[in-house]
Design a binder for this molecule. Structure first.
Ligand code: NAP
Length: 298
């Protein structure tokens, strides 16, 4: 087994590198500068050189706002880049594990979304990720697509890291109490990806290719997520607990982030792979610890 990780410098890519090292899974991470997934020839050259048995696509334009303001670039990476990887993988009969998002759904169902629910993306990011999924399904039959939500790590451009930075500066934090989802610690998600690959590697009959949902356990609001970060931060630093204020998404005056209820149902993953959900609060504790080890400055 050898896992090639595309987008290795991202928050999930970094977590995947660590998990592979911890599990002693042979792997090779390639950052954007080493392999641009919009460049088919570059992908082919890296695959020729590294001879992986699996490719994991953790490369993406993942910033929902940036996606909205530069749609052409977002589609080039999230749709066409995914298609490029799928083409090269299919040519070499290499299975592809591809990451996707709850943003393929409209967030209006009011119930957890299963893999059977019809996607209905509401923004450029969600639509580009859906079209990326479709390309992977069409071009590379040996694929696993993992949809997840609200991925966070100690560093990187994510809600956790932005909230922690604001708390460190002593800024008050406002967070929406009408956006409901499941925060997911990047390390937990990387562990799920590694566990899937280890089982797929067993060549089961029938094979386990398909689309699966994983998010950490416990739907919550952005407000409760921010409050948990603040409480955990205050416990760690023994400082008074900073104030976090709940607000309506409408008050944010934000076209991209609006009120939504996007919880992913994870039963299919459990019944197929026996993988249970981890708790996101445990992930928050761990991420605050990791940030503290880095001086709580990143
Ligand atoms: N973040 C979330 O809340 C979330 C939720 C659900 C699913 N996901 C999915 O999980 C995956 C990983 O996301 P993440 O949170 O780890 O995002 P991230 O931290 O933004 O990492 C994405 C990485 O992709 C790289 N990249 C961008 N364009 C590229 C290109 N053309 N070729 C190669 N690499 C490129 C970026 O490098 P540069 O920065 O150098 O461009 C970055 O290192 C994505 O598929 C995302 O859609 C994320």
């Amino acid at each position: 087994m050898k896992i090639l990780i595309a987008g290795a410098n991202g928050q999930l890519g970094q977590a995947m590198l660590r998990v592979c090292a911890d599990l002693q899974l042979p792997h090779c991470g390639v950052a954007h500068a080493q392999m641009d997934i919009t460049d088919l020839k570059q992908i082919a050259a890296v695959v020729e050189r590294e001879q992986p048995t699996y490719v994991v696509n953790m490369a993406a334009v993942s910033d929902v706002r940036a996606a909205q303001s530069d749609a052409a670039h977002c589609y080039a990476v999230n749709r066409d880049g995914a298609a490029n990887l799928a083409r090269v993988c299919a040519e070499h009969s290499i299975p592809l594990l591809h990451l996707s998002t709850d943003y393929v759904f409209d967030g209006q169902l009011g119930l957890p979304y299963t893999e059977e629910h019809k996607p209905n993306p509401q923004n450029v990011y969600g639509n580009s990720k859906l079209e990326g999924e479709e390309a992977v399904r069409e071009l590379c039959p040996q694929h696993v697509i993992v949809r997840s939500s609200w991925v966070f790590a100690a560093t990187g451009n994510n809600f956790f890291a932005r909230t922690l930075a604001a708390l460190q500066r002593g800024d008050s934090v406002q967070a929406a109490n009408d956006q409901i989802g499941c925060p997911t610690y990047a390390v937990h998600l990387a562990q799920v990806c590694a566990a899937i690959l280890q089982q797929v590697d067993c060549d089961t009959d029938p094979p386990l290719w398909g689309t699966y949902h994983y998010c950490d356990r416990g739907p919550t609001t952005r407000y409760d997520f921010a409050r948990t970060i603040a409480t955990t931060f205050a416990q760690r630093t023994e400082a008074p607990e900073p104030k976090v204020e709940p607000i309506d998404s409408s008050a944010l005056n934000d076209r991209v982030y609006s009120a939504r209820h996007a919880v992913l149902a994870t039963e299919k993953l459990f019944f197929t792979f026996g993988i249970r959900q981890r708790g996101w609060r445990q992930g928050v504790k761990r991420a605050v610890e990791v940030a503290a080890q880095h001086g709580l400055t990143e």
